[in-house]
Design a protein around this ligand. Structure first.
Ligand code: IMP
Ligand code: MG
Length: 174
């Protein structure tokens, strides 16, 4: 079965929204520093663009979680494939994710970093699909709230493809 991608959010619009989110973070953490946890691989484009716009001191580390494989539905079972290597003790942690779907990923990460004695744990996602939420999560910074469609681009993949699209698009199956 083939598929094609229909543009949903233009690159420029994503860029503008990232500047706004960075401004919120700069204001909230004025005089402090932030520790960005980038969730690989999907959040890498978003996290680097965001970090470039943050003016308070920034540390970045990376963590990788289990992915969907070639499917488009979440298993609800979040496994860590690679942990960050720095300590977050006393840090203002901002977990940066590509998309919140069922909410299991963000919920488990917030708990994990609270247990590691971060000073605070903020959740930041480029996209939010609230219609599919199974786990209630309080998201601190959201780029765009979108309908229940499978999206790709700006880091998001379908079966490891389309991450490099500079815009966000919806996958339509032929
Ligand atoms: P959650 O734990 O169900 O909230 O899953 C979030 C993760 O599912 C994201 O980090 C993505 O890797 C993946 N995901 C959810 N929806 C989409 C989508 O529309 N496109 C690509 N990946 C998605
Ligand atoms: Mg992901």
């Amino acid at each position: 079965m083939g598929e094609h991608v229909v543009k949903m959010i233009e690159e420029e619009e994503v860029g503008r929204r990232i500047v706004e989110i960075a401004e919120m973070i700069n204001k909230e953490f004025e005089g402090e520093s932030v520790f960005i946890v980038c969730v690989l691989r999907g959040a890498v484009f978003f996290a680097t663009e965001l970090a470039k716009r943050i003016t308070v001191p920034v540390t970045i580390d990376f963590m990788q979680l289990s992915s969907y494989g070639a499917k488009t539905v979440s298993s609800g079972d979040v496994r860590m494939l690679h942990d960050i290597s720095l300590s977050v003790k006393g840090e203002n942690v901002i977990i940066v994710e590509d998309i919140i779907d069922t909410g299991y990923t963000m919920d488990s990460l917030r708990k994990l970093f609270s247990q590691r004695h971060a000073k605070c744990v903020k959740l930041c996602c480029l996209l939010d699909k609230p219609d599919r939420r199974e786990m209630e999560v309080d998201v601190d910074y959201t780029g765009f709230t979108i309908p229940d469609k499978f999206v790709v681009g700006y880091g998001l993949d379908y079966d490891q493809r389309y991450r490099n699209l500079p815009y966000i698009g919806v996958v339509e199956f032929d």
